[in-house]
Design a protein around this ligand. Structure first.
Ligand SMILES: [Zn+2]
Length: 245
């Protein structure tokens, strides 16, 4: 019994599509929409290059930033928002929320939000919990602060990547699903009315100037291929708004 309860708690805490601890956004509302999300920035070493790469493909993305990093480089965060991307809350210091009480979670979200407002002038409407870990209080606290919790459909583990050769095949499921869902046969079969949310990292919660060059190189490989498959790169706002007809 104890093992069963622990198992359920672990499932609710970490399984990205679990709704056990409250409603979360864990897919886009159209197979044509791919939501690119980047966690653990801003990162002066990587984010400026990433913004240029995204511009080349007219891609808009969502950046779940860490408050303490944002205070080190507010201008970079301001530029990220000014270039059309959505900024989301990823806590102030990246703790595992599973162990925190509601008031501690509130402080983490509020401090990050202050840093976002200070840099961009606007509050975040989106929140992603560090490590994907939730407990029964995370979603209600976020909701009270007018933020919806965002998870993912694919997390290829780019923080472990030492090369793009390692990372590129781990991002392959996006193209495989798009091929299946966007062709005529897929449509006739009532293809899944959902699209992917990809979780990548432009920074690290351990340090400010982390090396995420394999992530950039893997995106450089996939962005033109995803575009040619007919995928549109959307922010998380667009991911849940009315689907394009
Ligand atoms: Zn993180």
């Amino acid at each position: 019994m104890a093992a069963g309860v622990a198992g359920i708690a672990a499932y609710g805490a970490a399984y990205p599509r679990s709704q056990l601890f409250g409603s979360t956004v864990c897919r886009t509302n159209s197979p044509r929409k791919l939501a690119l999300t980047f966690d653990d920035g801003p990162n002066p070493k990587i984010t400026p290059k990433l913004l240029d790469l995204l511009d080349r493909f007219r891609a808009r993305a969502t950046f779940f930033i860490i408050g303490k990093h944002a205070r080190e480089c507010p201008d970079l965060l301001k530029e990220t928002a000014a270039r059309g991307h959505v900024v989301g809350n990823h806590t102030d210091a990246h703790p595992n929320l599973f162990w925190l009480k509601p008031d501690q979670i509130t402080v983490e979200l509020r401090c990050c939000n202050y840093s976002i407002i200070a840099a961009t002038g606007a509050a975040s409407r989106w929140f992603r919990p560090p490590f994907g870990f939730r407990n029964p209080w995370v979603v209600p606290v976020a909701r009270e602060l007018k933020q919806r919790v965002v998870m993912w459909t694919l997390i290829p583990g780019d923080w472990r990547a030492t090369s793009s050769e390692w990372l590129i095949p781990r991002m392959g499921p996006i193209a495989e699903r798009a091929q299946r869902n966007l062709n005529a046969a897929g449509a006739a079969n009532g293809a899944a009315s959902m699209g992917d949310i990809l979780c990548l990292h432009d920074g690290s919660h351990r340090q400010l100037n982390a090396d995420r060059l394999p992530t950039l190189a893997a995106l450089e490989h996939w962005l033109p291929r995803w575009r040619d498959l007919g995928l549109e790169f959307v922010t998380i706002d667009e991911a849940v708004s009315t689907p394009a007809t």
